[in-house]
Design a protein around this ligand. Structure first.
Ligand code: HEC
Length: 462
């Protein structure tokens, strides 16, 4: 544990990533799908000589440029900040493996941003055919960003046996392409592409809902209907892509989906299952609402309905990304690194040498001495806090409530021994450390759950 700990009370730092990521995904996938939408719409307008479409597309591309160029970019950088602070170990592994991938990604980002701006500012200023070509460059570059980032995201869930075989040897980069085209790469690419296309339709409904239906009935009705088709077409693909995707996920991870039905105790993990249901319900509602209120009544289709569809899509996206994260538990990089940054193969060494052996982040008193409590605090922060807060998200005080010291100690012992049949293995990493570490953590957690009259001094209270 060589990194300082980023303490976000109640929420937990993972949720900081989560919240930024959910908005970012909504916008960045719009950036990919929306490019193709503009391209095909412009071509259609050109072929059919529809000047009304042309004028509306100029407005839509301004909206597109603003949303993707500003919010997409800022939130993307925000994710980098947040993952670096929350998961320094995992971020480091990703950079070591994919630095070249990321370099390519950033080149495409640049092309994407520049062409989005050129595309918007050159409407009616350059030859229409050339303008369309700018659109193609944009669409190609934005598709490339998805093609690349998809490799890195899916790697985290399923790094694949070839990469795992060399992980930790220093030869990881030689297996770049195996890591990149990992088992879930293709289904995930199909899934995300479909989502990009449907989001293009969802966002286009926002701008086309603002067209005055009384003044321009033909324009509004044709554009709204056309946008709904984008939305629907993708939804046909999503269920198949999702099944394929889950098929490629290792059975141990897939088991998390069915865990709720097992005996593990009320509510433990039916969360994933429930979230998966939420995706299906929100998606079905989107299709229903879009068909009834947009496709069948395009003239009356208004902004508030468009925003409702957008919010439902946001919920579906959030649920989708959340279950993807949950599927990965207890790992941040499947089979290689646990969510708390501990590498699977280091567990034995940590059990021998102690978790805090090289740590600079334990509170010490003026004589340079740490207490059992302060070591326990550092262990809690390092080993548990990527998934638990004290009060708030998966609150440890509440989860341990009612247990006395002996009881907490036996729970931690179980987590430390990490026996093959332990139900906790499916979503929690082992508690790694020496017997003294386990005792220190017991000390700290017991203080939280059964607070004594006087509290020990810690860094947090200074
Ligand atoms: C990879 C994420 C993750 C990490 C790291 C993690 N936990 Fe958990 N833990 C969970 C999840 C998920 C649950 C189920 C929570 C729920 O039901 O809401 C859970 C449940 C618990 C429970 C309740 C168990 C029960 O049977 O009711 C306790 C206690 C707990 N964790 C303690 C810890 C401690 C102590 C650590 C650090 C040594 C830790 N956890 C690390 C994910 C994690």
């Amino acid at each position: 544990m060589n990194y300082p700990f980023w303490n976000i009370p109640y929420l937990g730092s993972s949720w900081v990533i989560g919240i930024i990521a959910i908005f970012h995904v909504m916008i960045s996938q719009f950036a990919v799908g929306g490019g193709f939408y503009l391209l095909f719409a412009e071509r259609k307008a050109m072929r059919e000589g529809r000047t009304d479409w042309h004028q509306q597309l100029i407005k839509h591309s301004k909206f597109f440029l603003t949303i993707t160029g500003i919010y997409g970019t800022v939130s993307g950088v925000g994710i980098w900040f947040a993952i670096g602070l929350t998961h320094p170990e995992a971020t480091s592994t990703l950079i070591h493996n994919f630095v070249f991938g990321w370099a390519i990604e950033w080149v495409f980002f640049m092309v994407e941003l520049i062409t989005a701006a050129v595309y918007y500012y050159t409407w009616d200023k350059i030859d229409p055919k050339l303008h369309l070509k700018v659109g193609w460059v944009y669409a190609g570059a934005s598709a490339a960003t998805l093609i690349i980032i998809n490799g890195i995201l899916t790697f985290m869930l399923t790094p694949g046996d070839t990469w795992l075989a060399v992980a930790g040897t220093g030869a990881e980069a030689s297996k770049f392409w195996f890591a990149f085209f990992n088992p879930t790469y293709w289904p995930s690419l199909l899934l995300r592409s479909a989502v990009c296309i449907s989001l293009a339709g969802v966002w286009a409904l926002v701008t086309s809902s603002c067209i005055d239906g009384d003044k321009f009935p033909a324009l509004k009705s044709s554009l709204v209907k056309w946008s709904v088709k984008w939305l629907m077409a993708a939804f046909v693909i999503v269920p198949f892509a999702l099944i394929w995707y889950l098929w490629m996920v290792p059975a141990s991870q897939r088991a998390l989906l069915t865990l709720g039905i097992d005996t593990i105790g009320a509510g433990t993990f039916s969360v994933v299952t429930r979230i998966a249901l939420l995706i299906i319900i929100t998606s079905a509602t989107i299709v229903g609402v879009a068909y009834q209120l947009a496709y069948k009544n395009p003239i009356d289709f208004n902004l508030s309905t468009a925003i409702s569809i957008l919010l439902l899509a946001l919920m579906a996206t959030a649920a989708g990304e959340y279950s993807r994260e949950m599927l990965r538990k207890p790992y941040v990089i499947g089979g290689w690194m646990y969510s708390n940054g501990v590498r699977v193969k280091y567990v034995d060494a940590i059990n021998r040498n102690g978790y805090l052996k090289d740590s600079l982040w334990v509170w010490k008193d003026s004589a340079g001495q740490s207490s059992s409590y302060s070591r326990g605090e550092a262990i809690f922060r390092g080993e548990c806090s990527s998934c638990h807060t004290l009060d708030g998200y998966r609150p440890i005080r509440q989860l341990l409530a009612g247990r006395d010291r002996a009881n907490i100690a036996s729970f931690l012992k179980m987590l430390h021994e990490y026996k093959a049949d332990s139900p906790y293995r499916r979503f929690m990493p082992p508690l790694s450390g020496t017997a003294e570490d386990v005792n220190d953590l017991t000390e700290y957690l017991n203080y939280q759950v059964n607070p004594p009259a006087t509290k020990p001094q810690t860094l947090a209270q200074k």
